[in-house]
Design a protein around this ligand. Structure first.
Ligand SMILES: [Zn+2]
Length: 480
């Protein structure tokens, strides 16, 4: 009796293994092998970008490392696209379909950290990859290279593009790339982001607009002749008070933040200048725009009250992500094929130490593949310039575990994981999952059609218009 149960179990297990193996086609196996072949190089690239930790539009070394490797692999690389020295496009192949992948590589200021599970800066006050963009860029490049090798081997036909997209954290570089028409000939774009979970991402993000308000008054002695003064900081205070009163009357999906950048210098001078940086967000750009209009108008009101002059300057704004569930389903199937990332005892212990240091439950890492979620109408959370790409080409998103569960994002803990094997494993996984999803599109024109049809339907009548001021992108002037 026991023997027959054992026999049945063996049959069942081997049947399941065969069934899984069957699903992994020859071309998908080739992609996985290709990513494994480049693994050491991709980890090295990621670590170099992690160490360089360059912020918005300063990512000269990081962009060069990625672009050089793409070039060595036979991609045609166009550097400095859309008037941004650190933006580039690497292309391989010709004809349809054209499938692209995004690669970010910028760091954040002030969160430098060693690859260890307790807070300890690598360089006091230095930059750090607190959003895991070192992994983002290298992981996407790995996917593009794996596809390139299949095109090269004559297994598939078409074009693969890797977009090096700078300054996601500060100026939203992709807006200028979109505005330059760089995705006009692309059929489907793929993107991923490091995360504390692994999922085919079918949630949107928040649209936002950034602008600056300046007030110009008249300086005077704060005690001797204040009647001769017109205070720019009075205007600023009235302005922020207006925003704060307005909070009660906006929809729950709206977020309004401001950062006072200049409120006067000393206490004994009536300030003649003040400046505040304002950010408005909503789950839809269409909901954000009227709030933006109203908050801009408040600057005039504040200026009248304080009898000063004012100026409003648009910095930039981004769209919410246009979800693509058809694409998400393809990604989901590939995640299920790959299965979850497996971790060593040391990696789990590393994760738990981070959770201890950040006062989170010590549950370790979560890389399980869960069923695809429903798309929420109001997703909450942050914003990304992938949104602008997604309004110009059908876009598929992925999130892969590169940090322990509940890790505070944009923090030292993310930097720590991005410089060691937890981050590397997520990055290599992303290369495999994205290249497999790209392959499905190369091999099945009907899937491309379906994904594009959903994009057209979700976009509807809305005409995309980049939310940027006139003129070139805001590249910092180093001579200043
Ligand atoms: Zn990010």
């Amino acid at each position: 009796m026991k023997n027959s149960v054992l026999f049945l179990m063996i049959c069942f297990i081997s049947f399941n293994l065969t069934a899984q193996k069957k699903k992994l086609t020859k071309n998908k196996k080739a992609l996985i092998a290709s990513v494994e072949k480049h693994k050491a190089a991709l980890v090295k690239i990621s670590d170099e970008i992690w160490k360089a930790a360059e912020t918005a539009f300063e990512e000269t070394t990081s962009a060069k490392i990625l672009a050089d490797y793409a070039e060595q692999q036979g991609f045609k690389v166009e550097r400095g696209v859309a008037e941004m020295p650190t933006a580039f496009v690497a292309t391989y192949g010709s004809g349809s379909p054209v499938i692209s992948v995004l690669g970010e590589f910028d760091a954040l200021p002030g969160i430098s950290q060693k690859a260890q599970p307790t807070k300890s800066p690598l360089e006091e006050g230095g930059n750090g990859h607190g959003c895991g963009h070192n992994l983002f860029g290298a992981g996407s490049l790995g996917a593009a290279i794996a596809i390139k090798e299949l095109i090269e081997a004559g297994k598939i036909k078409g074009t693969v593009k890797f977009f090096g997209t700078p300054s996601e954290e500060k100026f939203f570089g992709k807006i200028w790339m979109v505005n330059a028409g760089l995705w006009d000939d692309v059929d489907v774009n793929i993107s991923w982001h490091p995360a504390a979970i692994t999922e085919s991402d079918v949630q949107s993000s928040l649209a936002l607009v950034d602008f600056k308000v300046e007030f110009f008054g008249q300086a005077a002695h704060a005690a001797a002749d204040p009647w001769n003064g017109r205070s720019a900081s009075d205007a600023l205070e009235l302005y922020t008070a207006g925003i704060n009163y307005y909070r009660e009357h906006v929809k729950p999906t709206v977020r309004m933040h401001y950062h006072i950048q200049d409120g006067g210098q000393v206490v004994n001078v009536v300030p003649d200048y003040s400046r505040v940086w304002v950010r408005i967000r909503d789950s839809k750009r269409s909901g954000m725009l009227p709030v933006y209009e109203r908050v801009m108008k408040m600057a005039e009101g504040a200026a009248i009250l304080a009898n000063v002059e004012y100026k409003v300057s648009l910095i930039s704004g981004i769209y919410e992500v246009l979800v693509n569930r058809e694409g998400g389903k393809i990604m989901q199937q590939n995640l299920e094929l790959l299965g979850p990332i497996e971790y060593t005892e040391e990696e789990i212990a590393f994760g738990k130490k981070i959770q201890e240091a950040t006062q989170k439950p010590q549950v370790g890492l979560d890389a399980d593949i869960k069923p695809i979620k429903e798309t929420r109408e109001n997703p909450g959370g942050g914003s990304t310039d992938v949104g602008d790409v997604s309004w110009n080409v059908a876009n598929i998103n992925l999130r892969v575990t590169t940090a322990p569960k509940d890790t505070p994002w944009h923090s030292w803990a993310v930097v720590a994981c991005g410089g060691m094997s937890i981050g590397h494993k997520g990055m290599i996984y992303s290369s495999k999952a994205m290249s497999m999803t790209m392959l499905d599109l190369f091999e099945n024109p009907d899937l491309v059609k379906k994904v594009k049809a959903e994009y057209m339907q979700r976009k509807g009548e809305e005409v995309y218009k980049a939310i940027i001021p006139e003129g070139p992108p805001p590249i910092p002037n180093k001579s200043k």
